[in-house]
Design a protein around this ligand. Structure first.
Ligand code: DON
Length: 304
């Protein structure tokens, strides 16, 4: 399979469709990103990079950062974590608070904002300077210094963090939150404000396509069995209330962010990152999802 040809063909085909959506504006700084950006990078398990379009332009990774914090927390908590966060798809939007009450403060899964806040709280209990650890961890996974926190995006989200802060208070009321709320929300917003490009992202998640071994960090990042669990969570919960649709159309484990990025994995073969800032009504990138659908159609295989 000539991956460069594949990526270039998919890129051209998606561009020709003239798809559009809406750039996220609930974080005002994100609304400034030009909607026409579009890039894709595929990294095979030998570390070869195949790219098209704006694949070397950094963007706000937002909820894709939750994959990294979840991976980090696996080392810290192992099975104990699952008494604080469930592993079920929610069928609700990423920022929904409703379910938290009737499920007694246990978020449905670690990718919802509520679940990711619990994960960041757990990292705060473990590490003196959690955001520094998160940055270093991602740099190591990508095999290069690439993580930058966009201060404007971070401050912009912090000024509008009422919902996430309310969620953290709610979790605390159910005794599922140990640390200072402002501190954890700031760390959470900071890891969401990390900027990376498609190439760096595809490299940094490549261990998830390789049974937990990172060829960029030169070490086993996760055990093979934990890797399968993270991939299962991405397949069932990675796109919130559009997770079923993504599994149906694309058939790969993946994770989206409101910056318009999507990462996806073909275990045993490659990792891929796609970025295009215009989102559908579920908060997922219109072009990125279409690109991955066309990609697995052309490959004639997915996870299934
Ligand atoms: O907490 C938030 O709302 C954002 N920092 C991240 C949300 C996000 O990326 C959801 N993904 N599609």
């Amino acid at each position: 399979m000539d991956y460069q040809e594949l990526i270039s063909e998919v890129y051209e085909e998606v561009n020709a469709l003239g798809l559009s959506g809406k750039v996220a504006d609930y974080i005002p700084e994100l609304a400034k990103v030009p909607g026409d950006r579009f890039g894709m990078a595929l990294v095979d398990l030998k570390g070869n990079v195949y790219g098209a379009g704006d694949y070397q332009e950094p963007f706000s990774i937002q909820s894709i950062s939750k994959v990294f914090t979840l991976t980090m927390v696996f080392h810290v908590f192992r099975s104990k974590l699952w008494s604080r966060v469930n592993v079920e798809p929610s069928g609700n939007p990423f920022n929904s608070i409703a379910q938290l009450e009737y499920e007694q403060g246990i978020p449905r899964n670690p990718f919802l904002n509520a679940g990711a806040l619990v994960i960041t709280d757990a990292l705060t209990s473990k590490f003196e300077n959690p955001i520094q650890c998160i940055r270093e961890y991602i740099d190591e996974l990508a095999g290069q210094h690439c993580v930058r926190i966009n201060e404007e995006v971070m401050q912009s989200e912090l000024r509008h963090a009422e919902r996430n802060t309310a969620m953290a208070y709610f979790l605390k009321a159910y005794k599922n939150f140990d640390n200072d709320i402002q501190e954890v929300v700031k760390t959470y917003v900071s890891h969401c404000s990390i900027e990376m490009c498609c190439e760096e992202l595809a490299k940094s998640v490549s261990f998830l396509a390789n049974d937990g071994y990172s060829i960029f960090a030169n070490r086993e990042v996760l055990s093979e069995s934990h890797t399968r669990r993270i991939n299962a969570l991405m397949l069932t919960c990675g796109f919130y209330d559009e997770s079923g649709e993504f599994a149906f159309r694309v058939g790969l484990p993946g994770k989206s962010g409101v910056g318009g990025g999507v990462i996806a994995l073909m275990p045993g073969k490659f990792s891929i990152a796609v970025w295009s800032p215009e989102l559908n009504e579920k908060g997922n990138s219109v072009k990125a999802i279409k690109a991955l659908e066309i990609l697995t159609n052309k490959l004639k295989f997915s996870l299934f």
